[in-house]
Design a protein around this ligand. Structure first.
Ligand SMILES: [Zn+2]
Ligand SMILES: [Zn+2]
Length: 310
């Protein structure tokens, strides 16, 4: 690999327009994409160097929950499936918040997710566990083939220049977020020394640990929720309802429900299926921040049941 090629690929970490992909590109893993992904995981080991404090753990948890909500409620239920409406400004702000989760921009995320629903567990599904569990969890986004946004799948989102810009520079958002964690820790060390935290500790817990857990929990919906769990509805795929993933992914683990009826704002269809993102969306709708949440029509709850007793 020439110096110029390496330079171009490093530049591509920060500006997606610098990535040139040949039409006939295969599904080979792009190692220049793997490096930052692996590094993020390795940096988590620094918890043994920076130590911990209650405040660092609380911030890590809050950072996880806030960004998981942005992913499940906005990247997934809003940008990908349009299950409710909101203002253009809220759409952008939650797009930015979602981008801090280090899962690329909202248009890229939605474009690939919409393709997943069209081809679920068929040959053209980009992340079906039928093509290998590791592939469905992480291989699919580490190859050049799936690097680009599938613009034909998201014409409704491509018409917003602010979202297109966010997608182009999607790496800058998590970098700024990581720095904000660093500065928060430095501020707390200075202003509240009794909390026993500092910049590096907050950076490791509030950004790296929190993001790595968040990324993998999101990816489990693509991988494990198509393998492990129960199937209530006869869908044309392997999707499963998995309460464990639903808990950590704030409702997105009710994945068989979701594949049965993807256009609903709720994914836990019954009261006992905990769907925290949906509860928070309902709360947001009370304050007028979002509206027109699409329900599951009563008759769809009981169609295509595998076990007629439900
Ligand atoms: Zn799925
Ligand atoms: Zn979906």
């Amino acid at each position: 690999m020439s110096v110029h090629t390496v330079f171009t690929k490093v530049l591509a970490w920060f500006d997606n327009n610098n990535v040139k992909i040949a039409d006939n590109v295969g599904e080979d893993i792009d190692w220049m994409r793997v490096i930052p992904f692996v590094l993020m995981h390795l940096v988590c080991l620094l918890v043994f160097v920076v130590g911990w404090s209650p405040v660092a753990l609380w911030v890590a948890l809050a950072s996880y929950l806030l960004r998981m909500f942005a992913i499940t409620a906005f990247y997934h239920r809003y940008f990908s499936h349009k299950t409710f409406k909101t203002s253009r400004i809220a759409q952008f702000l939650f797009g930015v918040l979602g981008a801090t989760a280090t899962q690329r921009g909202p248009i890229w995320w939605a474009s690939h997710h919409r393709r997943h629903h069209i081809h679920s567990d068929k040959d053209k599904d980009i992340h079906s566990p039928r093509h290998g569990f590791l592939w469905s969890h992480m291989g699919w986004f580490l190859c050049l083939k799936n690097f680009s946004t599938q613009e034909h799948a998201v014409p409704d989102l491509m018409k917003y220049p602010e979202l297109v810009l966010l997608d182009r520079f999607d790496t800058l958002v998590p970098i700024l977020y990581a720095f904000s964690m660093l500065f928060l820790g430095q501020f707390l060390e200075y202003a509240y020394p009794e909390l026993h935290t500092n910049g590096s500790q907050m950076l490791v817990w509030g950004y790296f640990v929190s993001s790595v857990v968040l990324i993998n929990c999101t990816l489990l919906v693509n991988s494990l929720a198509h393998v492990l769990g129960s199937k209530r509805y006869e869908t044309d795929d392997d999707s499963r309802n998995n309460w464990f993933i639903a808990l950590f992914a704030l409702g997105d683990g009710w994945h068989n429900n979701h594949h049965h009826y993807p256009v609903s704002a709720r994914q836990g269809f019954f009261w006992w299926e905990i769907d925290i993102s949906y509860y928070l969306l309902r709360l947001m709708s009370v304050f007028g921040l979002i509206w027109d949440l699409k329900p599951v029509p009563a008759e769809r709850l009981y169609t295509n049941l595998i076990n007629k007793k439900g």
